[in-house]
Design a protein around this ligand. Structure first.
Ligand SMILES: [Zn+2]
Length: 336
């Protein structure tokens, strides 16, 4: 049996981790300088007497560990964590606590928790897939991961195992998480109605935003942005909510709000207090900002997730058509 061992300084990565299911529910978010060491054992070496090219192996390890460097490592499959991954931000809740972070600072790990043991397993499987497929090595891979001096966990996997069947981790393509959802047949039709309202508003000198509220398949309220000439808070969604009137207590959660653009925070919370639990929107908020809106660039779905509003958010839908409404408006107007 041959064995190679690699433990280099530049494999070290500094990361914070989120660990639940311990005393007090969870550990405080804290970091470690994780030090991985890698061993490969095999019965045979190649014709050139080499098990694997050290340079190639080091490059693969550095790529995988640097992807975790300076990030918060968050378990994607913990039943007590409600994770919503947006386009640019990610939110998660644990018990009564809310977290909202830029997506680029977080790595979702395909694991039930973020212990040193499961992180060693995650890293080992990621490396095994690449070492087996790209470097064509057969044998056994062991990853030992130290989170402090004298404190480590290790995981071992066979490189002969059909690796396509193994979990490759969640680093590149996180599976769809809470907050995402499918588009129903009628969603398209009602969203187009909201876009028409936005166009009308623009043609009549207002801002290009429209919204409708639908209950049991029927449009029960319409709204157009009335900030010009009305109240500064008269966003299309607010105008529609006001037109809807008070839903009966057994109608809470039965309505959907369709908005030409991703709702701002004011409208999102108004939707919540109006008893609406589903939103479908056209343009993402960043498109509105690109056309001159002063809204903060925070996504509806991640805010809803962070604050436990239990609002299903669908969008962007018909984003091209929705952007066209802004583009046409912008040709004739200096601002949204
Ligand atoms: Zn708004």
């Amino acid at each position: 049996m041959f064995e190679l061992a690699l433990a280099r300084d530049n494999f070290t990565f500094a990361a914070a981790h989120f660990l639940v299911g311990v005393k007090d529910g969870r550990e405080r978010i804290h970091g470690h300088n994780y030090v991985p060491s890698i061993r490969i054992s095999a019965d045979e070496v190649g014709a050139n007497g080499v098990l694997v090219d050290f340079g190639d192996l080091k490059a693969v390890i550095r790529e995988e560990t640097s992807a975790l460097n300076h990030r918060l490592l968050l378990p994607a499959r913990n039943p007590d964590l409600q994770v919503v991954r947006g386009r640019q931000s990610i939110s998660f809740r644990f018990a009564d606590e809310a977290f909202l972070l830029p997506l680029r600072d977080v790595v979702l790990i395909d694991a039930g928790n973020m212990s040193c043991e499961l992180l060693a397993s995650f890293l080992c499987k990621r490396l095994a897939r690449r070492i087996s497929q790209e470097l064509r090595v057969r044998g056994r891979l062991t990853v030992e991961l130290a989170e402090s001096v004298g404190q480590s966990a290790s995981y071992s996997v066979s490189l002969d195992y059909p690796l396509a069947r193994q979990s490759s981790g969640d680093l590149d393509e996180p599976r769809r998480l809470a907050g995402s959802s499918s588009v129903a047949t009628d969603d398209s039709r009602h969203l187009i109605t909201a876009l028409h309202l936005a166009q009308e508003s623009s043609k009549e000198g207002g801002s290009p935003f429209g919204a409708v509220i639908v209950r049991s398949g029927e449009v029960v309220a319409r709204g157009r942005n009335s900030v010009r000439g009305g109240l500064l808070t008269d966003h299309a969604e607010i105008v529609a909510i006001r037109a809807m009137g008070r839903p009966l207590s057994d109608q809470v959660g039965e309505s959907t709000l369709y908005s030409s653009c991703e709702p701002c925070m004011m409208c999102l919370f108004s939707v919540y207090y109006a008893g609406i639990r589903r939103i479908v929107y056209g343009s993402p908020i960043e498109t509105a900002i690109a056309y001159g809106s002063g809204d903060p660039q925070i996504e509806c779905a991640t805010i809803s997730g962070a604050f436990g509003l239990s609002i299903e958010v669908v969008g962007p839908l018909h984003a091209d058509q929705a952007e066209e409404v802004f583009a046409v408006h912008k040709k004739a107007n200096s601002r949204l």
